[in-house]
Structures are given as C-alpha cells and as structure tokens.
Design a protein around this ligand. Structure first.
Ligand code: ADP
Ligand code: MG
Length: 249
C-alpha cells in the first residue's frame, strides 16, 4: 500500500542533500555540516536550536539569499547550487520572508508596504487593491491601512510583515524567529494567523524559533546544533519539561 502518495508523486518543496557551508572570517570556518532535509508541500516545519548553531545560515541558503557552496539544495524544483543571480532572483519570487525585525519601510503606510511586495508580481492595480484589503482583513488590520509602522504595536507590525510575505501567494514561507520580539499572546496570534493563511493557500512553512510556546503548530520539529541537523523529532504534543536543551527561553 502506498502510505505517502503525495510524497512519492510530488517533488519535495525543499530538498537538501549533503549541504556544507563555510564563512571566511580570517580563516575559513565551517558552519553547516552535511545537512540533509526534505520538506513537502503544505508542511509546517519548525527549526529550533541554540543561538549560533547555523539556523539563519540554512534559512538564507534555502531562501536563495546566499549562494550555495557545496552539496545540493533544491527549492520548488530549482537547484540552487551553481545557480545564476537571475535564477536566484526567480526562485525568490515564490518565497515569502518574515524576519525577527519586521523590516517595514517607515516612510510607507501599511497599505503601501504590502503594495510594494506586489509590485514584483504582474498584477493590475485593481487586483492588487483587492488582494491587499483581503490580507489586511485576514491579519485583522483593516482599520490600519493608512497608518505608518511607528503607529503600530510590535505584534501589529509583525502582522503587516505576514500580510506582506503572503501578498505574492508564495508557495513557501521562511520565517526567522518571527515571534521573538513579541509578548506571549501576540506571538501566539501571529503563528495562528500564519498557520491558517498557509493552510488556505497550501503554503509550506519553515520557521526558526526559540519560542517553545508555539511548537505545537508544527507538523514536524527539527533541531540544529553546532551546524548539524539532528534527528527529526515527532511533533510535540504537550511534553512539559521535555524540550530540547538547546531551546532558549
Ligand atoms: P543562528 O541563526 O542559529 O543563531 P547563524 O546561522 O546566524 O546561527 O550563525 C552560525 C555561525 O556562523 C555562528 O558562529 C556565526 O557567528 C557565524 N556567522 C553567521 N553569519 C556570518 C557571517 N556573515 N560571516 C562570518 N560568520 C558568520
Ligand atoms: Mg539566527
């Protein structure tokens, strides 16, 4: 019997094989060691691990924001090893990014920040307007359309960042500690919105977090330590006191 029909007929959204990565800082320093990872369409995968273990490096490689040096890394069917700048740019079009700091442009309104993300995509002003309003409603910020980032709370800014990341209907969302700067309730709200919108759009999510309060949204949790991806552990059903030692509070 075929237990995983989708996995066998469908190419993985992310496929990493024997990936190594080095930084040149005086001497050459290896930061990722023989990374192997497959993530399939629609999966929500959380990556945990101590600070400095290589999580952001892996996320930026998968996000086509940094060149792959050794090994193989396929994202949405595109091999990023030896990819040209043009191919890397193309790969980024199908990816939504959410960072720890929201990275909104302070001189643009909420509406304009999301609009800017849509300019990469070939949509009419009318379609863009409908889409922006839908997204603002989905993240509960319809009343803040004309506000500037400085007028919003941390949680609200991060909700704009989510709307912006989802604007181009990406197939993959990469989030690097999106709840780190938020209080407990805002953090949970953010991941709940992200989870719901991703399911609606059949979007795959890879989210780096130190935040043990959100681990239960994961389909799968992976752990990075000293540049090595550890055994994938099954989703955490409430297991109080049994978190990875690498997780920071
Ligand atoms: P994490 O996101 O898990 O905190 P990073 O991927 O940011 O880890 O960093 C992994 C290691 O690589 C750390 O030792 C860090 O100091 C180093 N590092 C990160 N970025 C650079 C860089 N641009 N140049 C040199 N070393 C870096
Ligand atoms: Mg990091």
């Amino acid at each position: 019997m075929n237990l995983f029909p989708d996995h066998e007929t469908q190419e993985a959204t992310i496929s990493v094989n024997s990936l190594n990565h080095y930084y040149q800082q005086g001497s050459r320093k290896q930061v990722l060691f023989d990374i192997n990872l497959e993530i399939h369409a629609g999966e929500i995968v959380l990556m945990t691990g101590p600070s400095g273990s290589g999580k952001t490096t892996l996320l930026t490689l998968i996000g086509s924001l940094r060149s792959v040096q050794a090994g193989s890394l396929k994202v949405l069917g595109c091999e990023l090893l030896n990819a040209t700048q043009a191919q890397m740019t193309l790969a980024r079009r199908n990816i939504g990014y959410i960072f720890q700091a929201h990275n909104l442009l302070s001189f643009l309104t909420v509406y304009q920040n999301i609009e800017l993300a849509l300019e990469l995509h070939d949509v009419t002003a009318e379609v863009a307007d409908t889409r922006i309003k839908q997204l603002l409603t989905a993240v509960g910020l319809e009343r803040f359309s004309h506000s500037y980032p400085r007028e919003l709370s941390g949680g609200q800014k991060q909700r704009v960042a989510i709307a912006r990341a989802l604007a181009g209907e990406p197939k993959l969302i990469l989030a690097d500690e999106p709840t780190a700067a938020l209080d407990k309730q805002s953090g949970r709200d953010i991941v709940a919105i992200l989870q719901q919108l991703a399911k609606e759009q059949n979007c795959t999510i890879l989210l780096v977090t130190h935040d043990h309060r959100i681990l239960d949204i994961a389909d799968r949790i992976i752990d990075m330590e000293d540049g090595r991806l550890s055994q994938e552990v099954p989703p955490l059903q409430p297991r109080p006191g049994n978190l990875s030692p690498g997780i920071e509070q």
